[in-house]
Design a protein around this ligand. Sequence first.
Ligand SMILES: [Zn+2]
Length: 633
Amino acid sequence: MSGRIREESIAEVREKALIDEVVGQYVTLKNAGGGSQKGLCPFHDEKTPSFNVNPSRQSFHCFGCGEGGDVISFLMKIDGLTFTETVERLAEKYGVQLKHEEGESRDERPKGPPRGKLVEAHRVAQEFYAEQLLTPEAAQARQFLTERGFDGDTAATFGLGFAPRGGEDLFRHLRARGFSPEEITVGGLAVPSQRGGSPYDRFRGRLLWPIREASGETIGFGARRIFDDDRVEAKYLNTAETPIYKKSRVLYGIDLARREMGRASQAVVVEGYTDVMACHLAGVKTAVASCGTAFGDEHAKVLRRYMADHEEFRGEVVFTFDGDAAGQAAALKAFQGDQNFVSQTYVAVEPDGLDPCDVRIKKGDAAVRELVARRVPLYRFVLSNIVAKYDLDRADGRVDALRESARLVSSIRDRSKVDAFAREIASMVGVEVEEARAEVRRASQRRPGPVSGGHHAPPEEELVAERPARQELPSLRDPRFAIERETLKLVLQHPMVIGRTTSDVGPEDFMHPTYRAVWEAVAAAGGAHAGAADVAWSGRLRDQATDPAVASAISELSVEPLPLAKAPTADYVLQHVVRLLELTTLRRIDQVKSKMQRTNPVEHVEAYNRMFGELAALEEHRRKLRDRIVGSQ
Ligand SMILES: [Zn+2]
């Protein structure tokens, strides 16, 4: 096979190859009338199909980007093959015997074995491994499958196999079948020996999943550790990058899922090979998984291509993330990716944190389908993860939650979505919608760079930054704590006047941690009235304080003058104490109101009514406190 392929052979390939069949392995095509077919262009990003295939003319054309040609140029472009490789591949597929020009030496293809050879070696390897799964040596691999609810038929359906432990079995098998050492090593089935010996098998003593292209061709393997004495620690090994295996694009299960994806306009992205299997067995036939790498933009493109739907891209992609930190980080990353994609992205999280494979084992097939059916929009999942970090029963927790979620929403490039997200935040955090909108506006203004258009993305650390470590305590002179401060001054400086007025006061009435500690010191010493007869009262308290900040606050509060010309009256003291109690009641009211805003009154009617009753009681209590002040004046 030294000469150039003859023109007549090339013409025969063009004639026999079915362009709609070849293109259909990469693009979901729908009838577009007049004998032509339509789909989403694989060569540019689009939402409405402008990629046309005309089988009778054996040509394709994209009205979006202008790409066009015949079946050979399509394959060359989409798979990055040379002309000769493409013709060879099609000839193989459609049974054309290629004739070459004689005596003319040429080699226009790059160095290395042709794709067809690498794929063929993988096909033979897959069959070899599948046979090995039935041998006694593979007992543990079979047991692994049985424990996960997969029987022999399932193993055969998915083409599972077992790599013998010897290390040369596959290599020898392929050599006996006529493959050259180069054809075996370039595709990643064996690794060249560094000591000059013969190559050794890449996978040894592992359970294998063949990784296939949409066309069904095996192009690599995923391999799971089975034996405790496996010298390779990694639980999973995958084929490394090879001329035919690109991990940024490869999706396990795409060969099984692609048709249903086109029909249902849905794709389910799970994390592992066993999850893909479990989903398909349970009836979720659109499940795929990325292999040995995180799901990325290239994978997203592949899915969109197969989910072509009607005139517009309306498909949905459902991720089954773990509820754990890694899953949340993955979700956040997806959220920051392609925004068109994000708006059709959903998350299915199993409440017990089980992956689909475990769900199927423990709860059955229906539970797997329900898991996917219970999906929530990605943005809601990400926002609720943020909000969940904060204590929403506290006013400052709500402020922080609002601020961080508003910052994330302000990073969304699609401005039309922002308002809906602001509403979402408002109901999650329990604040008014207007407040959430204002916070999003403030966050947008703080954000540097262009907001609309362009590809400006906020630096990742800004978004994933954890809440700052507990900052220093707020100033003791912060006006928010003025009543706490003045009340404690009265307690320390005028214990005889304050007397038993403070019998209703408790530590929860002090929001500043230092003031609360001062109050606890007072209470521990017997309360304010215990200091009435003790001239050295405040000095004693200070000496007993173990925290220097508390000791220092006690000194300060004991000497700072009251904002009064004369000694405080009983009314003056009462007003402070009652106001202190009133503020606590107001905080409780806020808390209940916020909780009610976060509660659906229809779904949780009992809880809602209980809160309603609590709110009424608090309002009544507050009214009585106000009456005490008015009555004292
Ligand atoms: Zn195009």
